[in-house]
Design a protein around this ligand. Sequence first.
Ligand code: PLP
Length: 368
Amino acid sequence: MPLDAFREHVLLTPGPTPIHPRALQAMTRPMLGHMDPEVFALNREIQADLRVMYGTEPEGFTALLAGTGSLGMEAGFANLVEAGDEVLVCANGSFGRRMAEMAARYGARVHLVTAPLGEAVRPEDVATQLEMVQDLRMVAVVHGETSTGVLNPVPEIAELVRGTGALLAVDAVTTAGMEPFHMAEWGVDYAYTGAQKCLSAPPGVAPVAISDRALSRYGARHTPTPLWYCDFEGLRDYWTRHTYHHTVPVNLHFAFHAALQAALDEGMETRQRRVQRVGDAILSALTPLGFSPYVRRPQDRLPTVLALRLPDGFDDAGVRQALRVREISVTGGLGPTAGVIWRLGLMGEAARPGPYRTLMAALEDVLG
Ligand code: PLP
């Protein structure tokens, strides 16, 4: 199919997000080799900028994995968990359950903290498990649960985990890059996201941050990391020692570098305010049409993914198809929330008034 046939599209999904113009331009730079000094210089800047974005300790290790957010998730379990380890996973949605499944595949004995759909994990439930499970090696939590639009209380959970000896792994896919993230201050040991989410870069690289504590845990492994591709030592070979490990997607590094610099130029607090402002405006515009927040408690609402309960009798599939014909993509619920909610993306370049004005005009047209 000729690419010229694709028309410009309004992406209001919870990822991928519209590519930032600076990232789009950076992708068109001529190819360089992954071992070229210019690429190592660019990588060093990416690592420094990621330390700022994640709020690591000054020397915290950061890198890009050559894959999407799920690879970031998998690399954490592959490197930091060994068969038989006790791992506690906060699983109040699809991505928390994905974490639990991955931990189990790497041989962990998985304990779960759950919560009803649309509710955040309760720190007191985490505290109970921390008391019950002996020799816990890791606690894993999704910061922003995209499947339901719930924000889990990571700083509170981190405070409970601190001093227990367990590592804390956080899925920051829908938060880092759009909301302030304080890895060192909170006590997070491993964090990851996907380029195509809050940073509006193309999908294909997963920025990760690894604390010194996590690196020590990795260094004390009894068995080699089963996932060769993302072995932390292999990552350090390339990112720190500049020796070959595998061929990194250089053009995606160009784009990611530009998108991350654009985000830092804007500043995390400004981005956070932008998301809030656009989110509030959409909610005010859609409330008269019968939409209402799916997440009951305002403090549990994830600002970057606005989950809205559909009006009674609303033709979910029909309306989204009518919007799709008008080149507007809106995402419905996932699993049990299919047909019940819409999930409007407010990450990166999606959090702009323009695309949402387009949505409102199209909805008026479709709903009559
Ligand atoms: N974690 C969360 C919270 C997500 O929202 C997603 C994707 O939507 C993932 C992990 C997986 O990321 P990817 O689809 O980039 O592999």
